[in-house]
Design a protein around this ligand. Structure first.
Ligand code: ZN
Ligand code: ZN
Ligand code: ZN
Length: 119
């Protein structure tokens, strides 16, 4: 998955790249990132979510498990991300065909992400 390309903290900062600060004791992360929990599974997270919300980057802590990413997107990007169920429901009332197309697109992306994870 994500391979550190420079010395120092392995944390992947969204849209910036590897953190690279000095390691905390007994860690491959710096003090700021050591012990950061994945917002879904509560294991050590490896990076911030790089989904953009308008001009902002989400930045929620996530591990490398694609299932955590999928759950996070479905839970936290409801009002911003067309792929989530809440957004689909509101679109579905006005334009059912578009809602179906979005649902298909997100399902394909999930399949793709899961296939990436296992290979
Ligand atoms: Zn760091
Ligand atoms: Zn996780
Ligand atoms: Zn996010």
């Amino acid at each position: 998955m994500r391979k550190p390309y420079k010395p120092g903290c392995h944390w992947d900062v969204p849209w910036v790249g590897q953190c690279g600060k000095e390691f905390a004791d007994n860690s491959v992360y710096c003090e700021q990132h050591e012990g950061k929990e994945c917002c879904i599974c509560k294991k050590q997270a490896t990076h911030g979510c790089d989904t953009t919300l308008g001009p902002l980057v989400c930045g929620y802590a996530l591990c490398d498990d694609v299932e955590c990413y999928i759950q996070h997107v479905e839970q936290h990007h409801g009002s911003f991300d067309i792929r989530t169920k809440a957004a689909q429901d509101s679109v579905r009332e006005r334009n059912p065909e578009m809602a179906d197309a979005w649902a298909d697109e997100w399902n394909r992306e999930k399949e793709y992400l899961r296939s990436e994870q296992t290979t």
